[in-house]
Design a binder for this molecule. Sequence first.
Ligand SMILES: Cc1ncc(COP(=O)(O)O)c(C=O)c1O
Length: 376
Amino acid sequence: MGDSLLLIPGPTNLSKRVRDAMAEPQLPHVGAEFYSMFKDTVSLARYVFKNQKGVQFVFTGSGTIGMESSVVSLVAHGDRTLTLTNGYFGRRMLLLNQIHGAKADKLEFPEGKGADPDSLRKRLRKSKHSVVFITHVDTSSSVSNTVTELVDECQKAGVLSVVDSVCAIGGVPLDFDRLGADIVFTASQKALAGAPGAVLLAVSQRAIEHMEKRKAPIESYYLDLTRWKPVMEDPKMYLATPATQVLQALRVALTEVKEEGIENRWARHRRLGEIAREKVAEWGQELVAEEGHRADTVTSFWVEEGKAGPIQRTLEEEHHVMVSRGIYDDKDRMIRIGHFGILRPEVLRGSLDQMGSVMEELGVAPGRVRATSRRR
Ligand SMILES: Cc1ncc(COP(=O)(O)O)c(C=O)c1O
């Protein structure tokens, strides 16, 4: 156990250098070595996000902290917000808006369909929202939303926009300075190939001003981005003890992204996405995401009800390759393959060939198996 190839949508396989970084003697978070390591990490994060204009944040917490700190820092009780949903993580973002007292509207698209910029434009004309929340790649369905067009609509309407890019950054092209979104965030354990436990956010100056000028106080200590901002500039400031091993691992993972070159990494992920989609087509199964909205970091497809568990189990037992099933209601009829991080195309191809033989062995029928029920 513990040595399977991970083809789950996070966490992902770690390089030896990243694993070694976590096995170093404990680094105190007060001391020159940590300060320099941290500054380096923030600067590498700027490279990955293409963020030279905004403020770059890196701190301890999972991707959900990226979601919740964006909501808490930007949205006051009673503010009207709009969340685009076409998968589980969009719905979670909506829930967070509700929990934190927003008048939380949603613009819902069917699972598997991309969020439509025209519908967003019309919705923004109808009522005044303070922030729009967009999921870049919804890991539950592997739908990739066209963030450039969606953020553009927000900009035209003069509304702040937040992009959850947890399942995209590092594997899918994104240029923060050009995009014009107000917050884009990711987590360490997906396409960046770090250990789980760090959140990275790029935040526009406009969003910072919004946070600093808001009348109602930000109702959190740890999730308040204005408290973290000075720490990013001067890591000697203490706010909370960082998970130093996770950050050391992240620094190495980001270094590896830079060594590969972000554009090359995007191209490799494009190839990974193509391979996964070609294989699913070969098996005759139906992809969850519609054409034109298919992610290069994760691929989900429908299988006969009840087959997802046996496929997952057999693949791991016989070939030491781990894939995921669907979330909640989809767990028995959806397979999700995570293909990001340091994964090489030939390794993915070989593992998917093994998956093909497992499906044959199990007698998984090809064909269209659409899920119909509603989900959490
Ligand atoms: C798109 C998306 N957003 C947010 C999250 C939440 O991240 P975490 O599980 O690290 O809290 C995930 C996790 O898979 C995700 O895929």
